[in-house]
Design a protein around this ligand. Structure first.
Ligand SMILES: [Zn+2]
Length: 461
């Protein structure tokens, strides 16, 4: 909070209701502060003129401290209003104590104040401020307030409103006044690399990535790599990503700005670039969209139990003949996503397939999802679905030895391997923005070059 930027808001006076602080202690504080400030003002206004310095010989000048590089600018000199405020603040901070109140279950603000022997009359004065009331009306158990109190009297109150803002209420000469304190968030770039030895997820954690960043990384490559079945030992990745910091503490990871993933010897690079509406997409360094018409895997890789096993270079993947699809072994109830935008052309039980949904997509592509335990209510015949929409849940209906998704991909009725078929891409970076794209992404590509990747690093060893 200390490094925040203050935006003074509005001062509402209610002098009749102000409780005056005790006079004697307050006056001592004011006098002491005035003397100190007057001394400072004298030093500032005198400046570095040599004659005066030797005449006055203030003890500060005799200290062997380096002189400031430049004298304070005129704007930094305290004017009378600032001085008065400083005096006021010094007087205020000299008394009372600051305590943290936590809202308990069933607490209203009123109850909270009573429980801590704080003046309810002060609370109501506070709530009479238009700008304060909306930010204090709703309290939930666990919410906290920093309260500046002197006995029952409320001298001030601070409440964190959200990640970047606090409400600050102070008692001054004119009564309570409110302001908002801003907590700026700083974005720092972080870089890491990882090599897969047991699973992609474990390698991500070992590389210092948060869960969210691991999922984002898999999300960038959801159209190129089947993270459920195609990850192999010695696959590797490099990531350049944002970290959000505030007041010297890391809040969380932000977006990935550049990444490289090497899967089975083939490398995929991605860089982040905002479109004209400010929404960012990932592109290859050549400007092709990473997004494609179909996801490689219609179930989330974290739920698939045949995730690659380091001791066997091929996933547990039973192939019966004739078998024209891909099987994802996953717990019953695992959500199944539409691999691409399309229309539901069939939804119901189909013999050995059990509960099955078939989608019709552009380019005469159909996709089929079998053995569902349940078909989602939104997957009714004739309905349109978007890529990633949940159309059903993994089960073992029909001819199935255990819960799994059987997934098929056909073009003009001919089965294709959905994990290797060439997929139509979304729009590339428009020609008019190519120069900007090159300028924005060149440093990101340089970052990836510098990171190298574990295999390249290993080759240097
Ligand atoms: Zn199958």
């Amino acid at each position: 909070m200390g490094s925040g930027v203050r935006h003074d808001y509005k001062i509402k006076a209610s002098p009749a209701s102000v409780q005056r602080p005790p006079v004697s202690r307050r006056h001592v504080a004011v006098i002491v502060t005035c003397v100190v400030l007057a001394g400072l003002v004298a030093l500032w206004s005198d400046g570095p003129a040599e004659g005066k310095q030797s005449l006055q010989a203030p003890p500060v000048a005799a200290l062997p401290l380096p002189l400031p590089e430049r004298p304070p600018a005129a704007a930094e000199l305290p004017d009378s209003a600032v001085l008065a405020a400083a005096v006021e603040q010094a007087a205020q901070s000299g008394r009372g104590e600051r305590v943290l109140l936590e809202v308990g279950s069933g607490d209203s603000l009123d109850r909270l104040f009573r429980r801590h022997q704080l003046s309810v009359a002060d609370l109501h004065r506070l709530l009479a401020l238009d700008e304060v009331a909306p930010h204090l009306k709703r309290v939930r158990p666990g919410d906290t307030f920093e309260v500046h109190r002197d006995g029952a009297a409320l001298l001030g109150l601070t409440r964190r409103l959200d990640e970047t803002r606090s409400l600050v209420v102070k008692l001054g000469e004119e009564g309570y006044s409110a302001s908002f304190l801003e907590h700026p968030v700083e974005i720092r770039l972080a870089r890491t690399t990882g090599r897969i030895t047991s699973s992609f997820y474990a390698a991500g954690l070992a590389a210092g990535l948060s869960d969210a960043t691991i999922m984002r990384l898999a999300g960038i490559y959801a159209w190129d790599i089947d993270f459920a079945l195609d990850i192999r030992r010695d696959d590797w990745f490099s990531v350049v990503y944002e970290e959000l910091w505030q007041d010297g503490e890391k809040l969380r990871d932000g977006e990935i700005v550049a990444a490289e993933f090497s899967n089975q010897g083939r490398s995929y690079r991605a860089v982040r670039f905002p479109d004209e509406d400010g929404r960012a997409s990932y592109y290859t360094p050549e400007g092709d969209n990473m997004r494609k018409a179909f996801l490689r895997a219609p179930v989330h890789f974290t739920r698939v139990s045949s995730n690659f096993n380091p001791n066997r270079l091929h996933p547990v993947h039973k192939i019966r003949r004739p078998h024209r699809g891909v099987d994802y072994a996953a717990p019953t109830g695992t959500p199944i996503m539409a691999a691409g935008d399309g229309k539901v052309i069939s939804a119901g039980t189909q013999g050995g397939y059990g509960r099955t949904v078939v989608l019709q997509h552009g380019g005469n592509v159909t996709t089929l999802y079998a053995h569902m335990s349940r078909i989602a209510a939104s997957a009714r015949v004739g309905r349109r679905v978007k890529q990633g929409d949940i159309i059903g849940y993994v089960g073992a209906t029909g001819t199935a030895t255990g819960p799994h998704l059987h997934y098929e991909y056909r073009i003009n009725g001919v089965h294709k391997n959905p994990r290797t078929v060439d997929l139509p891409k979304a729009d590339p970076v428009p020609a008019a923005r190519r120069a900007e794209f090159a300028a924005v992404t060149a440093p990101l590509v340089a970052e990836l070059d510098a990171l190298g990747g574990p295999l390249r690093l290993a080759a240097i060893d």
